[in-house]
Design a protein around this ligand. Structure first.
Ligand code: CP
Length: 301
C-alpha cells in the first residue's frame, strides 16, 4: 500500500493488519505500553483544505506518538490566498520532500489527483462526499472492540447518506468484515437506487422501524456545506422523523450508537444519547488515534 486514498486501496491483508495493530496502539494511548518510535526523523505534512477537529488532531497526535514531526498547511494564510493554483501548490510541497502527506479536501477527486501529482505517499483525511478511509477503519475497529466480530452485525445508516463521505468507507470496511447495512433517511438524503454500493440494502422510512432491525445505529450529520438550498429539509420535520432521541433509544436497550462527529446536537441526535451507555461515540475518537497510528506505521515503515 503506497497511498491510502480510498478503503479500496486496502487489500484484505492490509485491512486485517491495520485492525490487529489498533489493539496494540490503544494500549499505547492508554499508557499501558511504551510507544514504538518507529517514525523518528520522518516529517509528515497535514494539508487540510477544509475544517477538521478529530481527523487533523488525531493524525497529528498519531504522528507525534510514533516519533514523527508534522507541519500543517491550510489555505488560509497561504499563497492560495494570492491565487496560487492547486497544481503549483503541490509542486511546491513536493519540492520540500516530506515523507508523507495527509490531505483533506472538499472536492471529489482532489486527493487522488494529489496522489498522482505527488512523489510521496498521500493519505486521505476525507475527500468530498466520496471517501473517508480512516473513518471507515475506526468505525470498524470500535465495533470490533464492542462486538468481538462484525459477521452478521446489522448496521443502519441514518440521515444524510447521499452527501456523506463516511457512508461509503464505513460500508466497504464493515461489509468486508461481514456486517450488513440498511438505510433510513428522507428521500433527498437517500442515494440513487441504481448506485450499486447501496443496492439491495433495506430502506426504512421511519427511525422506529430502523431501531427494530438494527444492532448499530450509524448516525450521520446533515452535510449542510454540500447541499443546495432547495434540497435542504425543514429541520423541525427532519428531527421529528429521524432524530435519535433517548425516548426512542430507551425502547431498544441492546442497540449501540455511532456517529463520526461533529454532531448537530438536537437535529439528528440528542446529547443524552451521545452520553448514554449505548453510545460508542467517544470511543470512536480514541480509536481514531490508534487507527491513524496503524495507518502511518503501515505506510511509512
Ligand atoms: N469525523 C470527522 O472527520 O470529524 P472532523 O471533521 O472533526 O475531522
Amino acid at each position: 500500500m503506497r497511498h491510502l486514498v480510498s478503503t479500496m486501496d486496502l487489500s484484505d491483508v492490509d485491512l486485517t493488519t491495520i485492525l490487529n495493530e489498533v489493539h496494540n496502539f490503544i494500549s499505547v494511548i492508554e499508557g499501558k505500553e511504551r510507544p514504538a518510535q518507529s517514525l523518528q526523523n520522518r516529517h509528515i505534512l497535514l494539508a487540510f483544505f477544509e475544517p477538521s477537529t478529530r481527523t487533523r488532531l488525531s493524525f497529528q497526535l498519531s504522528a507525534h506518538r510514533l516519533g514523527a514531526s508534522t507541519a500543517l498547511f491550510q489555505p488560509e494564510g497561504s499563497s492560495v490566498e494570492k491565487g496560487e493554483s492547486f497544481g503549483n501548490t503541490f509542486a511546491t510541497i513536493n519540492a520540500m520532500h516530506f515523507d508523507a502527506m495527509v490531505m483533506r479536501h472538499a472536492m471529489d477527486g482532489a486527493v487522488s489527483l494529489a496522489a498522482s501529482l505527488n512523489g510521496v505517499p498521500v493519505i486521505s483525511a476525507g475527500e468530498g462526499k466520496i471517501n473517508h478511509p480512516t473513518q471507515g477503519l475506526l468505525d470498524a475497529s470500535t465495533l470490533l472492540e464492542r462486538f468481538g466480530e462484525l459477521r452478521g452485525l446489522k448496521i443502519c445508516l441514518v440521515g444524510d447518506i447521499e452527501h456523506s463521505r463516511v457512508a461509503r468507507s464505513q460500508i466497504d470496511v464493515c461489509s468486508r468484515l461481514g456486517a450488513t447495512f440498511a438505510l433510513c433517511a428522507p428521500k433527498n438524503f437517500l442515494p440513487d437506487e441504481s448506485d450499486e454500493v447501496f443496492a439491495s440494502m433495506p430502506r426504512f422510512e421511519t427511525i422506529e422501524d430502523a431501531l427494530v432491525w438494527a444492532d448499530v445505529m450509524s448516525m450521520l450529520r446533515i452535510q449542510r456545506e454540500r447541499i443546495s438550498s432547495p434540497d435542504f429539509p425543514d429541520l423541525n420535520d427532519y428531527t421529528k422523523k429521524f432524530a435519535l432521541t433517548m425516548n426512542r433509544l430507551n425502547r431498544h436497550n441492546n442497540v449501540s450508537v455511532i456517529h463520526p462527529g461533529p454532531a448537530n446536537v438536537g437535529v439528528e441526535i440528542e446529547q443524552t444519547v451521545i452520553d448514554s451507555e449505548n453510545s460508542l461515540i467517544k470511543r470512536q475518537v480514541t480509536h481514531g488515534v490508534a487507527v491513524r497510528m496503524a495507518v502511518l506505521n503501515s505506510i511509512l515503515t
